[in-house]
Design a protein around this ligand. Structure first.
Ligand code: UDX
Length: 442
């Protein structure tokens, strides 16, 4: 079977390579020349473990090709996946669906009789129904949201927690079941529903995850005020199956291309639907999240005795999370940028995101290693929890810094070891007395 994937960004490139892995002949449509040429050469234009090998393999075998021609795509296959981006609008909180509309309009004239167009992009509820009307009678639409996480994109696509099919006919359901037979065959649950529910499943899932993170970050602040420890607290409440320990890591909060934009888009759409009051807690979820960044800047300022302007600050991490080079809405980079604007000399190191960060924030200094970033620092901020940062020996690091002060913004460092090595430590939500305690050596 031959399928096309329209839009080969994060989602589309992954989907295209994974569908080739399932045995389909895949044609990816990408209008950005640089991106298309990179993909056609078997090179992923971003960092995603496992994807590069998969892409290279299937480009090499000829099972995966790329084009900028909708005409070619229309005639190529009978199932077309729409994976274009839906960024936050420049003039408001809602999602900008112009690329989805443009993809449908560009493809529609070339579709063959009986084609199935499958939307995967995250869209405001109501979009699929509108697009179905726009497609006309010759082709059918289905909505099949994607839940992949950056860093685990291949695994999440080939072994998803569930498949969601938003359909308007049994025929469309049958075609999707047939298409995903290999994935369903491994026991993946399938939820079959209408368009609106399928669209809402995606944004609700992301809203829930964002709420969980902001909940624990709010509790973290209470823990600091009360001298309690949010990591122990999260472990304890997480043992309750109904709560679960995942996504209860307190710290500098969530970023990336999905959670922040999706909760804002959800709020905006709820307003259009007349249910804004019901969803207004999402505004607080967003506020609590952004507040973590301000709090870190305030704590850092206090640790520097108020003299940010003359201080050297080392920042470990720039990506919005480890195993990614994505710096979109990254808490780490936002904090580094704020301290820089306050006059600090900021040296950033990220194992994979130095380049993407430099492109976005060229005025910061970027170091070649965790150690180089920390050289002569008055304060070290640990803001993205790459495993290699945990491996750094605080004793050796103590010799290169100017002042042994560290703030763990992700609660992943072994602060007992750091204190034993003479460091003054702070963490988010880990009890003011304990986290501020200085070892006699410092
Ligand atoms: C998210 C959803 O998980 C995924 O299902 C959806 O398809 C796209 O959005 P992603 O943006 O790749 O995926 O990242 P995710 O792993 O969910 O992390 C999001 C952010 O939350 C990161 O900045 C991460 O550092 C932060 N986070 C996560 C926390 O601050 N605490 C946690 O406990 C978990």
């Amino acid at each position: 079977m031959r399928v096309t994937v329209i839009g080969c960004g994060y989602l589309g490139a992954t989907h295209a390579a994974c569908m080739a892995e399932l045995g389909y002949d895949v044609l990816g449509v990408e209008i950005d020349t640089a991106k298309r040429e990179s993909l056609a050469a078997g090179k992923v234009p971003f960092y995603e473990p496992e994807l590069e090998d998969l892409l290279a393999e299937h480009v090499g075998s000829g099972r995966l090709r790329f084009t900028d021609s909708y005409e070619e795509a229309g005639g190529f296959g009978s199932i077309h996946f729409v994976c274009v981006g839906t960024p936050q609008r420049r003039d408001g909180l809602g999602a900008d669906v112009q690329h989805v509309d443009a993809a449908i309009d560009s493809l529609a004239p070339y579709l063959t009789e009986g084609a199935l167009v499958v939307g995967k992009s995250t869209v405001p509820v109501g979009t699929a129904a509108r697009l179905a009307a726009r497609l006309g009678d010759g082709a059918e639409l289905a909505w099949n949201p994607e839940f992949l996480r950056e860093g685990f994109a291949v695994r999440d696509t080939l072994q998803p927690d569930r498949l969601v099919f938003g359909v308007a006919s049994e025929h469309a359901e049958a075609r999707l079941r047939e298409f995903y037979a290999a994935v369903i065959g491994t026991g993946t649950p399938v939820v079959v529903t209408d368009f609106a529910t399928a669209e809402l499943v995606k944004v609700s899932a992301n809203a829930f995850l964002a709420t969980k993170i902001s909940f624990i970050n709010a509790i973290a602040e209470v823990c600091e005020a009360a001298g309690a420890d949010v990591v122990h607290l999260a472990d304890a409440i997480g043992h309750d199956d109904r709560i679960g320990r995942k996504f209860l890591n307190a710290g500098v909060g969530f970023g990336g291309g999905c959670l922040p934009k999706d909760i804002r888009g959800f709020l905006s759409r709820a307003g259009e639907l007349g249910v804004e009051d019901t969803m207004s807690f999402l505004r607080q979820v967003d506020d609590i999240n952004l507040r973590q960044r301000t709090r870190v800047v305030q704590i850092a300022t206090a640790m520097l005795g108020g003299n940010v302007a003359r201080a050297r600050v080392a920042v470990w991490g720039a990506a919005f999370k480890p195993h990614s080079d994505d710096v979109r809405d990254s808490p780490a980079l936002s904090i580094a940028g704020q301290l820089h604007l306050h006059g600090a000399q900021v040296s950033v190191f990220d194992p994979k995101a130095n380049e993407t960060a430099l492109a976005k924030f060229p005025t910061l200094d970027y170091a070649e290693s965790a150690l180089a970033a920390a050289r002569d620092a008055d304060l070290l901020l640990h803001l993205t929890e790459w495993p290699e940062f945990r491996e750094v020996d605080p004793v050796a690091l103590g010799d290169v810094v100017r002042r042994k002060q560290v703030l763990d913004g992700r609660n992943r460092l072994d602060l007992d070891a750091w204190r034993a090595a003479g460091w003054a430590t702070r963490a988010l939500g880990r009890g003011s007395r304990r986290s501020l305690s200085l070892s006699p050596a410092s």
